[in-house]
Design a protein around this ligand. Structure first.
Ligand SMILES: *[C@@H]1O[C@H](CO)[C@@H](O)[C@H](O)[C@H]1NC(C)=O
Ligand SMILES: *[C@@H]1O[C@H](CO)[C@@H](O)[C@H](O)[C@H]1NC(C)=O
Length: 263
């Protein structure tokens, strides 16, 4: 609805003594305003609400990123940002915890992750313990799969991407929320590493969870093979004894056939 119409209706309502505020926020495009402060505080607060509510609804979707959402809330000095920092809603694993730390308490993040970065550097003969240098070097390394699996490296790559390239669009999160026997799978990498390693969400699956997935696949396969074998035996016996003329026989036949198909 356009602002004038809103104002008019607001004034009408005001006359009726029902409403006292005028809200013209709907013309800001919150998506396009990401990364910058919005001059009108009312609009900014509107975008805070819109961004936070949308993420709350869609956080499990592949395309909705915690990194970018926190960044927007921080850029706009949102009340939701302070609330998230003191009580993180979307913190499910080591990766998300570090994403929160990076945004809310950089000292804590850097102290947690300095070791990982120093290890990656010293493995390549570079010594040093200054975060910004380690970060710069990290981007030049051909990182191994094991290093990429480290949540500290993952969030440091976000830090590096933000500092070098800008806040949005150079970093991607991958999630699988509803995999049985696994906790939340949630990780992220910069666009270059994703491209260079052709990485999928499998990289972010913790070892215990991979084991669980493999065990369930094996168990299901064994059950399935056993099912097919057992029911095939039933079928063989059935045809040898020529019992398919009675209705009970046909009933058993159809059960065996259905079982094989399920198997
Ligand atoms: C944002 O949401 C809060 C509560 O959810 C509400 O009180 C406030 O008026 C909203 N602000 C804007 C600008 O929409
Ligand atoms: C950040 O983390 C450090 C280390 O745990 C802690 O001492 C400090 O109080 C935290 N700062 C804030 C603002 O929470």
């Amino acid at each position: 609805m356009n602002c004038c119409v809103r104002n008019c209706s607001a004034i009408l309502l005001l006359i009726l003594g029902m409403v006292t505020t005028i809200n013209c926020s709907s013309h800001v495009n919150c998506q396009e305003s990401r990364g910058n402060a919005i001059s009108n505080r009312q609009d900014e607060l509107h975008c805070c609400n819109e961004t936070f509510n949308s993420f709350s609804k869609n956080w499990h979707n592949e395309a909705d990123y915690l990194t970018e959402t926190l960044q927007s809330l921080k850029d706009w000095s949102c009340p939701q940002y302070n609330a998230e920092c003191s009580k993180p809603t979307f913190n499910f694993n080591d990766f998300t915890a570090l994403v929160y730390h990076r945004s809310c308490n950089r000292t804590l993040f850097e102290s947690r992750c300095l070791d990982s970065l120093m290890r990656a550097s010293s493995a390549r003969g570079v010594s040093g313990s200054i975060w910004s240098n380690l970060l710069r070097d990290l981007r030049t390394f051909q990182l191994s799969q094991d290093e990429l699996r480290d949540p500290c490296i993952q969030v440091a790559l976000y830090d590096a991407a933000v500092q070098e390239r800008g806040k949005y669009g150079y970093y991607h999160e991958m999630k699988r929320v509803f995999i049985p026997f696994c906790k939340f799978i949630w990780c992220g990498l910069d666009a270059e590493n994703i491209h260079d390693h052709s990485i999928s969400a499998w990289l972010c699956i913790p070892t215990f969870c991979r084991t669980n997935i493999i065990i369930s696949i094996v168990v299901c396969s064994i059950l399935s093979i056993w099912n097919v074998v057992a029911n095939s035996i039933v079928l063989v016996v059935f045809f040898k004894q020529k019992r398919y003329t009675s209705s009970a026989g046909i009933y058993k036949l159809s059960i065996a056939l259905a079982d094989i198909m399920v198997g």
